[in-house]
Design a protein around this ligand. Structure first.
Ligand code: SAM
Length: 267
């Protein structure tokens, strides 16, 4: 099919055209005909076409209204395909597929919404069995960053607490049209068992601890917790450390100490 679509930069539209990359991405999620798969941002249908051929139930969520006629036409004979024209940032994924668990998700994500989309996926991770996501490589480097590295930040800690993460491969700019300035990378996520602690406190403490990366964790936490020092002490964490040095176990211990003890004083 001729695709005379003018890519919209504002929606992060860089369409994949490299058949081997498409095969590798879809192959990475391991689909069979009984699966239900959500695709965020089908665009001109590059990944969708391969997904639909597996026979799985494919629910595509596309924000761009102008792509609806093209996608509807392209997949008009495929009963296993359906399209939802909406913003994936506002979607309750379980209700659009009518399934509370075991759902797979695939997405070549618009760069400008990678963080909020990842946050939504974390919040709703319990309905998914596997997610294969492509982001700008720099975003992936932050997602997989180990403690005490310069890329370690809020995104690394919340993503690694929620998922087992495998860094699969990099994709060069010339695999897309239009050609982006940057490389992309593909990761596979598998939700971890439920987080034992209070997720609200966890997200707040991690976010606040990274508020100013050059400050110590104690100085960052003082912004919201008067008793930041004693909470760090009871979690066995030296307040002079910086947030990027903490391991996932230490974040869990700090969350538990905050939940247990201290009164929070909003400022
Ligand atoms: N999957 C296609 C491919 O690989 O060629 C297109 C990928 S393109 C990088 C991102 C797609 O996400 C575009 O089709 C864009 O319109 C869509 N998109 C952007 N923001 C969105 C949002 N908030 N919700 C759903 N789709 C969105």
């Amino acid at each position: 099919m001729t695709r005379q679509i003018r890519a919209k930069k504002s929606l992060g539209q860089n369409f994949l055209h490299d058949a081997s990359v498409i095969e590798s991405i879809v192959g990475a999620i391991g689909i069979n005909a009984t699966d239900t798969v959500i695709e965020i941002g089908p665009g001109t249908g590059a990944l969708t076409e391969t997904l639909v051929k597996t026979g799985a139930k494919v629910v595509a969520i596309e924000f761009d209204r102008e792509l609806v006629p093209l996608l509807t036409q392209q997949f008009r004979f495929d009963e296993n395909f359906s399209l939802v024209n909406t913003d994936a940032l506002n979607v309750d994924f379980a209700s659009i597929v009518g399934k509370p668990e075991g759902v797979k998700l695939i997405a070549n994500l618009p760069y400008n919404i990678s963080t909020p989309i990842l946050q939504r996926l974390i919040e709703q991770r319990h309905i998914f069995s596997t997610l294969v996501l492509m982001f700008q490589r720099e975003v992936v480097e932050r997602i997989v960053a180990k403690p005490a590295t310069k890329e370690r930040g809020y995104l690394s800690v919340i993503a690694q607490t929620a998922f087992e993460i495998e860094y699969l491969f990099d994709v060069p700019p010339d695999s897309f049209r239009p050609v982006p300035k940057v490389w992309s990378s593909v990761i596979r996520l598998t939700p971890k068992a439920a987080f034992g602690g209070d997720e609200g406190i966890f997200r707040k403490v991690v976010s606040q601890s990274f508020a100013q990366k050059r400050k110590t964790i104690l100085n960052n936490l003082k912004g919201i917790y008067d008793a930041g020092g004693s909470m760090l002490d009871s979690a066995g964490i030296d307040g002079k450390r910086r947030a990027e040095s903490l391991t996932l176990d230490e974040w869990a211990a700090l969350t538990a100490a905050i939940k247990k003890g201290a009164s929070e004083t909003p400022r």
